[in-house]
Design a protein around this ligand. Structure first.
Ligand code: RIB
Length: 307
């Protein structure tokens, strides 16, 4: 049986340009290679999970425009259920202006558009789907009040909740206590805990702090260095894979989707993190958000022969 995953989150069109370096304030940099690529943390995580074999439902909003239609077409082609993606006539589809520098690092400016109009009524409409899922995955490119509402519904029904707190903002204590898994990166961890993650020691300290605040399991992503996991049973560093970086966009989304699928299929935490690391590593070797997300077969091939 495939894992059943519901994703509440954003759908953006990414407007991507390459530049020799990031512009400083007031500077004009001549870039190249402009592309429009489907993205948005929510939709990316939905695509990541679907490519890895899960049965996925996306819950969110797009505008009644070409970018929104392109997103819906793309998700539909991947077999993702978009019944609960509302087409909102009052706002434009979210967009992300992404600049990629020569080393593949990105900087992103978001115009959230329809994503920030996601409402409690949209969650109510998808409630049956949410409570019948193995896992609910969320991020923070949607209104916090609606994200916490969806978390409450899933938690009350025993559905496992994974929150990727990106982009970071402070979270209510009662929400932290309802999370089975929290997956922040280093900068999100710093905002949530006040602890700068500079090495494995500070990663452990920050993850433990989040557990003390009520989170079930903390999975701190460390970029190329992999992930640091702290649960009630274990505290372990799972190293990342070395790959050639083309574009880091959506690496975190690949990780979250990979972890959701692996956990829903019964892998233990450390195995699931290794699988998620592999999905993230493959994503950074390719350009763009959704087109970079690997299939199950690609992840399994990649992991063969690598410890
Ligand atoms: O995580 C990457 C995503 O962040 C991009 O696809 C962009 O849309 C922003 O939401």
């Amino acid at each position: 049986m495939p894992a059943k995953i519901a994703v509440v989150g954003s759908l953006n069109m990414d407007l991507v340009v390459r530049a020799p370096h990031m512009p400083i304030p007031g500077e004009t940099v001549i870039g190249s290679d402009f592309r429009t690529i489907p993205g948005g943390k929510g939709a990316n995580q939905a695509v990541a999970a679907a490519r890895l074999g899960a049965e996925v439902t996306m819950i969110g909003r797009v505008g009644d425009d070409d970018f929104g239609r392109a997103q819906l077409r793309n998700l539909g082609e991947l077999g993702i259920d978009t019944t609960h993606v509302i087409v909102d006539p009052e706002a434009a589809t979210g967009i992300a202006l992404i600049t990629l520098d020569a080393s593949g690092q990105n900087s992103i400016v978001l115009a959230s558009g329809a994503n920030m109009r996601l409402a409690r009524e949209d969650i109510n409409a998808a409630q049956v789907t949410i409570v019948q899922s193995d896992v609910l995955v969320l991020q923070l490119e949607s209104p916090l009040e609606v994200v916490t509402y969806a978390i409450d519904i899933a938690h009350a029904e025993g559905v496992k909740v994974i929150l990727n707190p990106a982009p970071a903002r402070p979270l209510p204590e009662e929400t932290l206590a309802r999370l089975d898994y929290l997956i922040p990166n280093e900068s999100e961890t710093a905002l949530l805990t006040g602890i700068e993650v500079t090495d494995i020691h500070s990663a452990k300290e920050a993850a433990e702090r989040l557990r003390e605040e009520g989170v079930g399991t903390v999975i701190l992503t460390l970029g190329a260095r992999g992930a640091f996991l702290v649960s009630a049973e274990e505290s372990v560093h799972v190293p990342g894979y070395k790959v050639e970086v083309v574009d880091t966009t959506a690496a975190g989304d690949a990780f979250v989707g990979g972890l959701a699928v692996a956990l829903a299929q019964g892998q233990n935490l450390a195995e699931a993190a290794r699988y998620a690391n592999a999905a993230g590593a493959l994503a950074v070797t390719r350009l763009g958000a959704q087109p970079s997300l690997p299939t199950r077969q690609e992840v399994e091939e990649f992991m063969k022969g690598r410890s």
